[in-house]
Write a protein that binds this ligand. Sequence first.
Ligand SMILES: Nc1ncnc2c1ncn2[C@@H]1O[C@H](COP(=O)(O)OP(=O)(O)OP(=O)(O)O)[C@@H](O)[C@H]1O
Length: 210
Amino acid sequence: MLVLSGTIGAGKTSLTNLLAKHLNKPAFYESVDDNKILPLFYKDPQKYAFLLQIYFLNKRLDSIKAANADQESVMDRSIFEDSLLFHLNADLGRATNTEVDIYDSLLQNMMQELPEATYQKNPDLLIHINISFDTMLQRIKKRGRSYEQIDTDPSLYNYYKELDQRYTDWYANYDKSPKMQINGDDLDFVEDPAARQKVLTLIDEKIASL
Ligand SMILES: Nc1ncnc2c1ncn2[C@@H]1O[C@H](COP(=O)(O)OP(=O)(O)OP(=O)(O)O)[C@@H](O)[C@H]1O
């Protein structure tokens, strides 16, 4: 299982699509637009942070189980980033210590590899798309999901800034599988065909080396 990671607007969904087509493998997406809890969370984070995370955990484990039939199936987001986001929200006072403890132990329980299982839950490769904070802000604006806009809620600026910093630390410390990083500022694989080819070649080379 190949798993994409990266901050909001990094291009995870687009690269999942490209890569799955390139490899002729199934893609697994977490649909953001169908998520009924996400807009509620952005409106009232204190009330909905924990519920949103339980929703995501459940969905992502479903995808992991489905994606595991194939070593090169592609998933558009990792379960580990949910934990990163939840801890950020908890540190902002949007979840209680008890909720954090329950979340952490639930995640650990869900992700425990069982010796008798026919598949593993951790990725075979994590592909991290790294974009700068400025690019992140531009993409959020360009995509225009209403609840993500800083113009509507200026406090989101600090939330995104902190998220950006935590992503850098998270990727540096990630050790659940082999990993690679794509420079999403330099390589615009959505708009530029040459960049697209370069990214796919980099990933092919990494897969071949595993
Ligand atoms: N575990 C989570 N906790 C809180 N918010 C989350 C969580 N997971 C995703 N989100 C929110 O859901 C929205 C979509 O995020 P995500 O990064 O998965 O997709 P995306 O922005 O479409 O990424 P890309 O453009 O890279 O495909 C964002 O507003 C993000 O903050």
